[in-house]
Design a protein around this ligand. Sequence first.
Ligand code: PNS
Length: 171
Amino acid sequence: MTPTSPPVGRLALYPGSFDPLTNGHVDIILRGARLFDRILVAVLVSADKNPLFSVEERVGIVQEVFREYSNVEVDAFDGLLVDYARRKRATAIVRGLRAVSDFEYEFQMALMNRHLEPALETVFMMPAEQYTYLSSRLIKEVFGLGGEVRALVPPVVEARLRAKKGRTNGS
Ligand code: PNS
């Protein structure tokens, strides 16, 4: 292999908290799966001091949603993302950019990750317009206050939210 020839099967990591997975995340994963040979959804173990979904639940949801996609994988990770990326031999990190407001944080992370591992590229992708306002935090807030989130998350996520809150289909 020459220094310029691509490794066989380019792997991209798509890291995040995914508490919970939204249709915006799904959109980015599908775009990544078309661009790379494989995309590995890397679920951060310690997403929050008090995540709504356990890491096992968050991983299980991604597994269920992408069951039929052979080049979409999912795993949990902890510690530095660049260390995990090295272990997995990933060539890129995929992140979604929804709006200008995301840019500063994402820019900082991308450059810090580049400082830590210059060989790892961060690739930003924009979700479809209808998902640009979506976030896991808003989904939890809206659902928690009785709002409708059906069009914004995969059906399995809506069902899990209902199960957690003890809400039935009609309520
Ligand atoms: O969904 P999120 O919460 O925006 O994802 C943030 C995530 C998981 C990408 C970021 O917190 C992360 O990479 N955490 C792992 C620890 C790490 O490497 N921190 C330094 C990042 S520059």
